[in-house]
Ligand binder design. Structure first.
Ligand code: BGC
Length: 769
C-alpha cells in the first residue's frame, strides 16, 4: 500500500515531488478517450525511472511466445498492447541545460487529474543547475469529442532566469515495449517529415502491418502574444522535430501549445494517413485550446450525468468510485465494435491489453446501466464476430461439430495465452460470454439480438460444453474433469462447482433460446440451423441429459457447495490466521505451496452464487459466503466486488464496506504495490457493481427492475443513475428515504423493497428506508 495522494471529491492530487512515485503516478494520472491513451509521462525530458506509454486502440503486436516447455496447442504469439509514437515530447533547454526533473531542485510540485473535466494538470518550480528558477504549469487532455487529437498547454514563467529557451517539439516513433519477449522493437520506419512548426512520423508494426501516423504542430506565445518564429526542423529515423529559440527575462511567460493527432490504418487507408493527420491538426489549431477544451469538458459533463455515483459523508469512498467510473469511460466508448477493454486499458503494458472474460463478467453491467444499449451491444458483437475463430480454436484442441472455445486472451479472436492450466483449462470464460447475451437481453429487452446473433453463439458454446463434459460410470453422473476455475490458485481440478454451474445454465438457456427463435422467427431459425448443421433433437437430448444428471460437489454437513471435488481434503486454514508478513501469498509462497493450500485467489463458488442468486435461499447464501470469504485472499482485483454484493445481500454491511473500500481505492492507494504497471481497469467495473448491486440492491429479474438500497454506516447518503428499458432513473438513498427520480418521459415499474411501484415519466417516488 502506498497512500500519497490527497482525497478530494472530484480530483486526484499529488503534492510534492517524490521520484519513487513517478511511475505509479504515471499510471494513476493516465488519460484516454477510447481511441487512444497516454500515461502521465512528463512532456519534458526525464532521466529518472519512467514507463513511457502512449497507446492506440486496436493496434497490437503478436510477440512470439516465450515458454520454458512448449505444449501442443499453445498459440504462436501473445498479443501486446503497443507503446506507440511519443507525441507529447518537448525538449526545453535553458542556456545549454536540459530541463529534467531528475537533475534540478524541484519545489511546489503538484499534479492534478480533474475527473469532472478530463484534464491533467501539473505545476512545479525548477531551480536549474545554473541557480536560476522557472515555474512551469502544464495542461493536457485527449479530446473525447475529436478523438484523434491530444492537446498540451505548457507554460513557463521565468522567476529570475535571463537568457534563451530552446524549445524542441518532437514526435518520436523509436519507442519500445518494456515487456517485449525478445527485446525487439515492434515498429518499422515508414516516413518522417518536419517543416516549420509541424512534425509528422509514420511507422508500421512488424508482422501485423498496422500503420500509424502521428503529427504535431507547435505554437509559442510570449506574454499573451503569439510569436512568429523561425523553426529549425529536422528528422532522423522514426523521429521529427521543430526547434526554435525564445529570449526570456524574469517575469516573462512563454506558453507552448502542442496539438497532436494519431491516425492509424485501423480506421483509414494507408495512403490517406498523412492527409487525415494534417486535416485533424488544422481542425485542432483552428478550434484552438479553449474551444477544444470547452467541447471536451462539456462532453465529460454529459458522461457524468449518466454515470456518476455520489457518496455523501465519505470523501475517500467518493473519490474512489469516481476514479473508477472516470477510468472506465476513458477506456471504452462503444464507438467501434472491433475494440474491447483490456485489464489495464490504456495505462500500462501488462496483460497484453487485449480482451479477457473480464469484459463480459465485470464490465458489461456497468455499460448496460450507464450508457445507451448500443454501447454494450458493441461488446457482444465483438465476440460474435470472433465466433469463427473460437470454433477454429476449439477444433485445434480436438473439439468438433462447430463447438466454440473463446480465447482466454485475445486481440483478434485468436487465442494468445500460453500457460496450459489457463489456456486449456480456464474454460469458464465461455460461460461468461454466453451469460453476457442473457444479461444484455434481460437488461435492454432487445430479444432480437437472440435471433440475429445470440443463438448462433449460444449453440456453439453449448456444443463445446457437451463435448467437454463426460459421463462417469463410477458415480453415474456427468462430470467435467481437468479444469481451472476463476480461482487460479489451483489447477487441473475436477468438477469446479462454478464451471459446472455455468455450463449447465448455458445449455438450459440455449434450449430456451432455441424455443424462442423457433417460435418467433421460424424462417430465420431454419436458415441458422442449416448453416450450422444443427441436429436439434440429438444435440438437445444430450444437453438435457447432462443438465439433469450433472455432478455438483457439495458438503451436506456444512451445507455448502464445494469449490471442487475433494476440496475438503485440503488443510483448512483461515485467512485471518495467515500472518500479515506472508501476504499476498503470491509474493511470499512457492507456487507449489499455493496450489496445495485451501486459499482461494478470487470469487469462484461465490461468483456462481452471485450470478444465480435467485436460485438460493438466504441461509444457503450466508453459509457459503461465510465459508468462502474466510478462505479467499482476494489476490485478484476482480474478487472483492463479488463479495461486496453478497455481503450486502446477507446484511454483513461492515464486511461489504471494508471490501468496497479495497476495490474502489485499489489503485489510488496501491493496495497490491503494482500500480506502476498500470491500473486495474476491468475490476473498476466491479467497484461500480459493489455500489449499485451491492448497496443499491439492483437486480433484473423477469424483465423487472428490483431495488433494495442499504446504507453503510459511514455514509449519509449515496446516489446512482441507471438506465433501464428506455428510462433513466436517479436513485438516492439516505438514512430516512429512498428517492427514485425518473429523468425521462418513459414511466417505469420498479420493485422496491419487494413492493411493486411505478415511477411516473419525469416523476419521482419516495419510500422509507
Ligand atoms: C485473474 C483473471 C483475470 C485476469 C485479467 C487474473 O489475475 O485471475 O480472472 O481474467 O487477471 O484481469
Amino acid at each position: 500500500m502506498n497512500k500519497y495522494l490527497k482525497t478530494d471529491h472530484w480530483k486526484i492530487i499529488e503534492e510534492g515531488f517524490n521520484k519513487e512515485n513517478v511511475t505509479s503516478s504515471e499510471s494513476i494520472f493516465s488519460i484516454g478517450n477510447g481511441r487512444m491513451g497516454q500515461r502521465a509521462n512528463f512532456e519534458e525530458d526525464y532521466t529518472g525511472e519512467t514507463l513511457q506509454g502512449s497507446y492506440i486502440a486496436g493496434v497490437y503486436y503478436p510477440d512470439k511466445t516465450r515458454v520454458g516447455w512448449w505444449k501442443n496447442g499453445y498459440p504462436e504469439y501473445f498479443a501486446k498492447v503497443l507503446n506507440a509514437t511519443n507525441w507529447i515530447g518537448l525538449r526545453l533547454v535553458f542556456n545549454g541545460e536540459i530541463l529534467d526533473l531528475n537533475n534540478v531542485i524541484v519545489s511546489d510540485f503538484r499534479r492534478e487529474l480533474n475527473m469532472y473535466t478530463g484534464l491533467l494538470l501539473r505545476s512545479f518550480t525548477a531551480e536549474l543547475q545554473s541557480g536560476s528558477s522557472v515555474s512551469v504549469e502544464t495542461e493536457r487532455f485527449l479530446s473525447i469529442v475529436d478523438d484523434n487529437i491530444g492537446v498540451i498547454k505548457y507554460s513557463i514563467k521565468s522567476v529570475d532566469y535571463t537568457g534563451n529557451i530552446s524549445i524542441a517539439s518532437y514526435v518520436d516513433g523509436d519507442v519500445k515495449n518494456e515487456d517485449s519477449n525478445y527485446n525487439e522493437k515492434f515498429w518499422d520506419k515508414v516516413s518522417e517529415s518536419a517543416l516549420e512548426n509541424e512534425s509528422i512520423v509514420t511507422v508500421r508494426t512488424k508482422k501485423t502491418g498496422f500503420v500509424v501516423t502521428t503529427g504535431a504542430r507547435v505554437e509559442v506565445w510570449k506574454n499573451g502574444e503569439k510569436l512568429t518564429l523561425n523553426f529549425d526542423s529536422s528528422i532522423k529515423e522514426k523521429y521529427a522535430e521543430n526547434k526554435t529559440l525564445v529570449a526570456v527575462l524574469p517575469g516573462d511567460e512563454i506558453v507552448i501549445y502542442k496539438f497532436a493527432a494519431n491516425i492509424s490504418s485501423f480506421n483509414h487507408s494507408e495512403s490517406d494517413l498523412v492527409n487525415v493527420t494534417k486535416a485533424e491538426l488544422d481542425k485542432a489549431q483552428s478550434k484552438h485550446y479553449n474551444k477544444m477544451f470547452d467541447e471536451h469538458s462539456q462532453a465529460w459533463a454529459k458522461k457524468w450525468e449518466e454515470s456518476d455515483i455520489t457518496i455523501e459523508g465519505d470523501v475517500a469512498a467518493q473519490q474512489g468510485i469516481r476514479f473508477n467510473i472516470f477510468q472506465l469511460n476513458q477506456t471504452y466508448t462503444g464507438e467501434d465494435e472491433r475494440l474491447n477493454i483490456g485489464p489495464k486499458g490504456f495505462t500500462g503494458e501488462k496483460y497484453g491489453g487485449t480482451t479477457y472474460w473480464d469484459t463480459e463478467a465485470y464490465c458489461l453491467p456497468f455499460f448496460l446501466a450507464t450508457a445507451e444499449p448500443k454501447v454494450s451491444k458493441q461488446l457482444l458483437i465483438y465476440r460474435y464476430k470472433q465466433l469463427d475463430k473460437a470454433i477454429e480454436n476449439a477444433t485445434k484442441l480436438g473439439f468438433s461439430n462447430g463447438a466454440a472455445l473463446f480465447p482466454m486472451v485475445t486481440a483478434n479472436g485468436e487465442e494468445c495465452h500460453n500457460e496450459w492450466e489457463i489456456t486449456f483449462e480456464e474454460i469458464h470464460r465461455n460461460g461468461a460470454i454466453a451469460f453476457a447475451v442473457y444479461n444484455y437481453i434481460r437488461h435492454t429487452g432487445d430479444k432480437e439480438y437472440l435471433v440475429d446473433y445470440g443463438l448462433e453463439l449460444l449453440i456453439a458454446i453449448s456444443r463445446f460444453w457437451s463435448q467437454r463434459i463426460t459421463y462417469s460410470q463410477q458415480i453415474d453422473k456427468y462430470v467435467m474433469l481437468g479444469v481451472t476455475g476463476p480461482n487460479e490458485y489451483e489447477n487441473n481440478i475436477d468438477n469446479n462447482w462454478y464451471t459446472n454451474t455455468i455450463a449447465c445454465w448455458c445449455m438450459e438457456y440455449t434450449m430456451e433460446a432455441i424455443e424462442y427463435v423457433k417460435t418467433k422467427e421460424p424462417g430465420k431459425y431454419d436458415v441458422l440451423s442449416g448453416k450450422i448443421s444443427f441436429n436439434e433433437s440429438e444435440e438437445q437430448a444430450r444437453w438435457r441429459g447432462i443438465v439433469e444428471n450433472m455432478h455438483f460437489p457439495e458438503n451436506k454437513e456444512l451445507g455448502i457447495f464445494l469449490q471442487q471435488d475433494n476440496y475438503m481434503n485440503k488443510e483448512q486454514i483461515l485467512v485471518k490466521d495467515l500472518p500479515q508478513s506472508q501476504r499476498p501469498i503470491n509474493q511470499h509462497w512457492s507456487w507449489d505451496r499455493i496450489l496445495r493450500s485451501c486459499f482461494i485467489k478470487q470469487a469462484d463458488t461465490l461468483q456462481g452464487i452471485y450470478l444465480f442468486e435467485h436460485k438460493y435461499d438466504i441461509d444457503t447464501i450466508r453459509r457459503n459466503f461465510e465459508f468462502y470469504e474466510s478462505r479467499t485472499v482476494h489476490e485478484s482485483s476482480l474478487s472483492p466486488c463479488v463479495h461486496v454484493v453478497l455481503a450486502a445481500k446477507i446484511d454483513d454491511m461492515q464486511k461489504a464496506y471494508d471490501l468496497y473500500l479495497r476495490t474502489s481505492r485499489l489503485d489510488i492507494d496501491d493496495y497490491n504495490n503494482e500500480v506502476a504497471e498500470g491500473l486495474h481497469i476491468t475490476s473498476m467495473a466491479g467497484t461500480w457493481m459493489s455500489v449499485v448491486q451491492g448497496f443499491g440492491g439492483m437486480r433484473v429479474i423477469d424483465n423487472k427492475l428490483y431495488l433494495s438500497p442499504k446504507l453503510p454506516d459511514m455514509w449519509k447518503s449515496y446516489s446512482f443513475t441507471i438506465r433501464f428499458r428506455g428510462s433513466v432513473l436517479k436513485v438516492t438513498a439516505s438514512k430516512q428515504n429512498v428517492t427514485i427520480m425518473n429523468k425521462t418521459n418513459v414511466e417505469l415499474p420498479v420493485i422496491i423493497f419487494g413492493k411493486s411501484e411505478i415511477v411516473e415519466a419525469k416523476g419521482f417516488l419516495t419510500v422509507k428506508m
